[in-house]
Write a protein that binds this ligand. Structure first.
Ligand SMILES: N[C@@H](CCC[C@H](N)C(=O)O)C(=O)O
Length: 288
């Protein structure tokens, strides 16, 4: 089978985007993994699939597969790429689009200056819904947040746990450039207290409206930017009393902007979405 795809990125978090409105897609996890492979496939942090929604009043369904082939709930940078894709391909003429994801409906808007802002919905803060197993742990209170102590490679590390539909564990570090992201990231991702694994965020506070952030993503490794990771870090930083909305998030691939007015309000994410090239791949040539 020949598959048409578009290669895109949002602040260097890169995607293979597939139109499943006009193509029939039914791939195995091994095929998704093969597509995402940077040597044997196209290469991407995530594969994004654009489908028609069957829910009234909802424009599209958006499915997300990590580079390891697993389907996941949410992808913030991908949601901006998604909007650019459906508008550029003429799949919609709307500028405010309702999109169904595995964890609910998000509402991205293409602004008149071409930038894309996504209403990512509410942050989920109850540990068991992240999901995070906090049994027999005593958390430390900081501001309105509870920090959970976990032992990572013999060091006691304090985490905020936040779900943006997908799970995040955020820690504050002095310097993101020297933080042990590649060493501790896998240990945090697979820590037994996160039953669905977790995305591991390392946040350096620059000032009350700016952070630097690196994220070791579940199922993808360290990426150049993580949209939901940026949302989770800013929510954690505001709850801890370290940040005030809005917050600029500097990642290794570019800058994202996050606004959050506190409990009961949706998290808003803005940032770039870029098309790199279009292609076609013969699925039969993939090694899986
Ligand atoms: N890059 C993403 C998040 C993609 C999913 C994540 N790796 C997970 O497994 O939850 C973003 O921009 O949010």
């Amino acid at each position: 089978m020949k598959l048409k795809f578009t290669k895109m990125h949002g602040a260097g978090n890169d995607f293979v985007v597939i139109d499943a409105v006009n193509q029939h897609i039914n791939f195995t996890p091994a095929q998704w993994k093969a597509l995402g492979d940077r040597r044997f496939g196209i290469g991407a942090d995530q594969m994004l699939v654009v489908e028609k929604s069957h829910t009234d009043g909802v424009d599209f369904r958006y499915r997300i597969y990590n580079a390891d082939g697993g389907e996941v709930e949410q992808c913030g940078n991908g949601s901006r790429a998604f909007v650019k894709f459906v508008v550029d391909k003429g799949l919609t003429t709307k500028r405010a689009i309702k999109v169904e994801t595995m964890c609910g409906i998000i509402e991205p808007v293409l602004e008149s200056d071409g930038s894309i802002t996504v209403d990512m919905g509410l942050a989920i803060l109850a540990p068991d819904q992240v999901p995070f197993d906090s049994s027999q742990l005593s958390g430390e209170i900081q501001g309105a947040d509870t920090l959970w102590p976990l032992e990572i490679h013999g060091r006691r590390t304090l985490f905020s746990v936040v779900s943006m539909g997908n799970p995040h564990a955020v820690q504050v570090v002095d310097d993101v450039d020297t933080a042990p992201v590649l060493i501790d990231g896998p240990a945090i991702e697979h820590h037994p207290r996160f039953p669905k694994r977790v995305n591991a965020g390392f946040m350096q506070i620059v000032d009350r409206h700016q952070i630097k952030l690196r994220v070791f993503e579940r199922g993808a490794g360290e990426t150049l930017a993580c949209g939901t990771g940026a949302c989770a870090a800013v929510v954690a930083g505001i709850r801890r009393g370290l940040l005030d909305t809005p917050v600029k998030v500097d990642t290794r691939g570019g800058q994202l902007s996050i606004a959050w007015e506190g409990n009961g309000n949706a998290v808003k994410l803005s940032g770039p979405a870029v098309t790199v090239f279009e292609g076609e791949i013969d699925m039969d040539n993939l090694t899986n």
